[in-house]
Each structure stands twice: as structure tokens, then as C-alpha cells.
Design a protein around this ligand. Sequence first.
Ligand code: PLP
Length: 389
Amino acid sequence: MSYKFDDVIDRSNNFSAKWSEMDKKYGTNDLLPMWIADMDFETAPCIINELRNRLEQGIYGYTTRPASYNKSIVNWVKRRYGWQIKPEWLMFSPGVIPTISILIQEMTKENDKIMIQEPVYSPFNSVVNQNKRDLVISPLVKIEDGNYIMDYEDIESKIKDVKMFILCNPHNPVGRVWTREELIKLGDICMKHNVLVISDEIHSDIILKNHKHTPFASISEEFAQNSITCMAPTKTFNIAGLQMSQVILPNENYYKILDDAFIRLDIRRNNAFSLVATQAAYNEGEEWLEEYLKYLEGNIDFAINYIKENIPSLKVRKPEGTYLLWVDFSYTGLSDDEVCKLLVEKGKVALNSGNSFGIGGKGYQRINLACPRSMVEEGLNRIKKAIIG
Ligand SMILES: Cc1ncc(COP(=O)(O)O)c(C=O)c1O
């Protein structure tokens, strides 16, 4: 079956944050949005069909998850990443960031130290600060063989007294899909210093050719017991507005702690639509995902070639995963403020400024390429107009 990834869909009536909230950040909605990590593609037909069936039932009362729900996740995790998990390790959560925030509250105390690697998805930083824990940042700025690598020496030198490490695997925004060897090195340091790993694996299905996602907890029983994994179908299938995710907790004590917190908050049920969408995605969505990944890879190659040929002052490396391109604008000779102003006022395009990802983001912009090829080209034309004229 071929899917219509080239179709441009009008999202003006879609109540879309990506399309209708730019005025809050950029002062206008008259921009081409290539910012928030949300796609401009219709989701998989199998999901739309299940949602339509559910909608037509006309009753949307409290839900109860059938055993087939966790089974669909267990099978997906086994098929896609070769990790055999158990249904009883799974917990529903309305979102990855809410899960991380609650885990910080439940597993650490005020002023405890929590380590992250910046640049990284900015809520990692804000959720630690908002919960009044102390951030310890290991910058992700070392480059080896042309790509970002973890700075283990830096991590080890700062990890004493750290209670929790929040890992972004695969990494937003630098696009690394961490290898098993890299994760073992990191996990060994965390074990040695008694640091709990929270592995945010929301981008784990968006993996490009020749790369493979390794769930941190799949590496060993030790790592499984010393970590909590967050995954979701939301990025993969463009269904973040349905608000669901799953937490994988092989450690029984951690499971109980989080379950008790969710009971207190009364957030243990899916909404009527997230329930059927999750099952449809994981049971029937694989063919759509494979087609989507091919199309995405085409977009990424197109963008990299375009930049090399038309805007050579921008430096870019191909991501290994995610649909996000992390582009170095520092060789343009423009300051970050100048770049942001030019992109909005002259180019009329919304990108995420590298500074918003924290240390190591200076000089960079993040470009979301999960849109029809014609929009990728239009966005790049706009970036060229902003930077070159
Ligand atoms: C690394 C990462 N984690 C979490 C999220 C958001 O997850 P949720 O909407 O489930 O809180 C995003 C969204 O872009 C992300 O990139």
C-alpha cells in the first residue's frame, strides 16, 4: 500500500499547537512551522479506522484496558527492538514528561542532584528545576569521527551524589541513536554510583537506515532493575494529541511507587480514543511506519543536499534517528539573535533556536522535517532567503 506523504494538509482548523501557537513564541502565526516535534502527515489508516469505529459507538465513558492492550505493546517491543518485556512491567501514563516529573517527585527529594546531558529537549531541564531539584549538566559537545559522543570523563567527575540520570535515547536534538556499547559504559557508571536511570525512549521508532535502537533496560538484568523506561506511540504515529505513553518498570519496588502516585492522582485510565489508537498502532501500524521511515529518510537526504549546495555556510550532519535536523549556523558570522530575527522576519519560517536546548545549543537551530517534501523545500528556500538573501 502506498500512503500519501506528499499531500499537504490544511491544519488551520486542526487546533494545532505547531501551526496556531507560533504567535506566542515568534510574535506571528504567519510563518512556515518547522519547530515543535509533531508531523504534518495523516496518521496510519489503521488508526483512523479504529478511531472512527470508536467514535461511531457514541458512548465515551470510563475505559478499562483489555489484556490485548499490554500485549500489543509487548509484541511491538519484541518485534521492533528484540526486547522481551512482561505485561506486568507496563504502566499507562498520559505522557512522558508527566511521568518524568512524577518520578522526580517520588524517587528524589528537594535539592537532590539530577543529571542530564545538554543540549537536550528543554523540559528535561525545566522539570528538574520546577521540582526544586539541583541540575547537574554534562554537556554533549564532544565530537568524534564526525558525530556527538558522550563525555564519560565529565559524567564520572560530576556524578558523585547524583540520584537520577535522565537519558534521551535516541537523542533529541542531536539525532544520535546510542549504541549498545555506549549505553553499557553509561549504565556501568550509573550502577557504580548508585544512580537511577530514567530512559526517555519516545523517539525509539524513528530510526534511520543502518542504525538500531537499543532500549537501555534491555542490556542486562542489572540495568533493567536500575532503570525506568518511557515509550509511546505518539511521536511515531503523530498522535500526541491523544495523550498516552507507557512506562516499563521491571523493578517491582519502582513499579509500586509509581503506581501508588498514579492512584493518588487518579490518572490510571486511558481516554476512549488513546486506548484504541495504541492497540491499532502497535498491532497494525508497522507497514505504515516502514513507508514513513523511507519517506523521512528521503526528506533528510534532500535537506542535507540542499544545504550543501545552496547554503554552504550552514553545517549539518545526518541524524541517526528522529525527524529533527540539528544545524550549525555559527559559520554564518551572525549572532543567534540575528539568525532568529532573520528567520522570522525575512524568511518567515519557525525553527527551534539551539539556545532553548541549553548548554551546547548556541549557534544551532533545530529543523523539523516531518512534513511533505514540498514543505521541506519551501522551508529551506525560506531559510536561504533569510541567511543569504
Ligand atoms: C525527548 C522527548 N521526550 C518527551 C517528549 C514529549 O512527550 P509527552 O508529550 O509524552 O510528554 C518529547 C516531545 O517532543 C521529546 O522529544
